[in-house]
Write a protein that binds this ligand. Sequence first.
Ligand code: AMP
Length: 215
Amino acid sequence: MSSTLTIALSKGRIFEETLPLLAAAGIVPEENPEQSRKLIIATNLPHIRLIIVRAGDVPTYVRYGAADFGIAGKDVLIEHGGEGLYQPLDLNIARCRMMVAVRQGFDYQQATRAGQRLRVATKYPAIAAEHFAAKGVHVDIIKLYGSMELAPLVGLSDAIVDLVSTGNTLKANHLQAVEHIVDISSRLVVNKAALKTKYALIEPIIQAFSRAISE
Ligand code: AMP
């Protein structure tokens, strides 16, 4: 139906930081996904609903048109590719840095200089592989789905590639950041067909988001 809009969001930081942007566009969710187990959440506007999906799945729902637009981290967009998606706006929310980190005291310079293979644990194999290829460092990438910080502590890897915000998680686990790969923030991603067929509905929301982030 071209008269309704479905917006894909992930729980946690992206949802929390998107709430003020939605409010600026006059959209108020009827439930908080942190408290509700519902995956489809109605809003105060009968023609607009939210769907709650894993952060890494947002581009997929939007690309196939199951959601008209969504909000996804640049980490997810680089890793999974932003193919088929229109990305009109950097929302500047959920900001953090993609970093390489190692155990405190680990000689990273030596390990990357010596021509040996570095074992790197990460949820972001494409970003990690590209980073180390550009440096000419040989790596074995070990794919994990979470708690990357544990890997160097128990000998699974020499290094991790992960998102760092305050740095508290690294510090609590006796790790240190040794390289900055890329700054990350969340972006609006819009289904290309929906942008055409539902332009009158979507454009005012993009404008409202844009005004809210420049305030
Ligand atoms: P911090 O302790 O504030 O540096 O946060 C680090 C932890 O939070 C790591 O486990 C990261 O994977 C995760 N993290 C930090 N920033 C983000 C973000 N913008 N999106 C998703 N996860 C994040």
